[in-house]
Design a protein around this ligand. Structure first.
Ligand SMILES: [Zn+2]
Ligand SMILES: [Zn+2]
Length: 309
């Protein structure tokens, strides 16, 4: 199984257009950016997870072919608004050669997706249901590769929020990869336990006093990682929503809430708020080590390719 991180940013990407905060100013200065979170899995069939609004640039950057299946985690725009971009694969074939792409989402996510993209069904996309706890049926899933949705809580609006666990059967055993997508918690506490690899949301460093976005902070991911004990973890869906000491008036923006009780180093000092790839990676390593979590942890970057097994 191989993994390509097409995008690793939150709903509006990083830096966010017109955002005056210290994180976005720094990212503009150093020329670093993150597109909306999306994944490409070679398992070995190519599977596209969360086709967001940056999909055209992402598939062109990597020369990607028609995916064998699309997995959608929920009905927020940054996780499905790229579906129309998949038309290029059909438009450039002779008549009669196209096979619709099996596209999976929770039954409560489909009404929003169909309202926007009903014209793509069933000619481009084949609507399929992602039912929590039930292995997906039909190509490309089967004995060799199983995929099971996991119900997640992502606040009151996106009722159809799920993560996915993919299990690839190989001669040496089964390799299990999990993708949380956006969440504050799983309904089944140990839903993602015992994975070989977890792709986990990390929207903020510190849990804000008011988690209006209903996203997972690194701080709140720590007890989950302790319970789930993945062999390896990648973090995605980063934002600029942490408040940064001294960065007024940006801290007063609608999207920023002060931390409830910021993560502190062993000396009792709050960790600095990471702004770029290098500082995120360094602080994630320090925080996990400081909390007795020894699994390798990577803050994913756009374009990162990893051979998992
Ligand atoms: Zn999102
Ligand atoms: Zn969301």
């Amino acid at each position: 199984m191989e993994l390509l991180f097409l995008g690793t940013g939150g709903a509006w990407g990083l830096p966010e257009h017109q955002c005056p905060c210290a994180t976005c100013r720094h990212l503009r200065a150093v020329g670093e950016s993150r597109g909306r979170t999306s994944l490409w899995l070679q398992a070995p069939a190519p599977i596209l997870v969360d086709p967001g609004p940056d999909l055209r640039a992402q598939i062109m950057a990597h020369g990607l072919p028609r995916p064998a299946a699309v997995l959608i985690s929920h009905e927020h725009h940054d996780h499905y608004l790229g579906l129309d971009e998949l038309l290029c694969f059909r438009r450039n074939l002779p008549p009669g050669q196209w096979r619709p792409i099996p596209t999976y989402a929770h039954p409560l996510a489909w009404p929003a997706i169909e309202q926007r993209f009903g014209y793509l069904l069933p000619s481009l996309l084949e609507k399929r249901l992602a039912l929590p706890g039930q292995a997906l049926e039909g190509e490309p899933f089967g004995a060799r590769l199983a995929c099971t949705p996991v119900k997640t809580d992502h606040g009151p609006v996106p009722q159809g929020s799920v993560g996915y666990i993919l299990a690839e059967r190989r001669p040496e055993g089964v390799f299990r990869l999990g993708y949380t997508s956006d969440l504050t918690r799983t309904l089944e506490p140990l839903a993602f336990a015992g994975l070989d690899c977890l792709i986990c949301q990390c929207h903020f460093l510190n849990e804000p006093s008011h988690n209006r976005a209903n996203h997972l902070s690194l701080q709140n991911a720590l007890p989950l990682l302790r319970a789930w004990q993945p062999e390896r973890v990648f973090f995605v869906h980063l934002s600029c929503q942490d408040t940064i000491p001294g960065d007024e008036p940006a801290n007063a923006m609608l999207k920023k809430y002060p931390p409830a009780a910021p993560l502190c180093d062993p000396g009792g000092q709050p960790y600095p708020i990471p702004r770029d790839q290098a500082s995120w990676q360094a602080i994630v390593e320090q925080v996990l080590a400081g909390h007795g979590l020894g699994m390798p942890a990577t803050v994913a970057q756009d374009g990162l390719k990893v051979k998992l097994c």
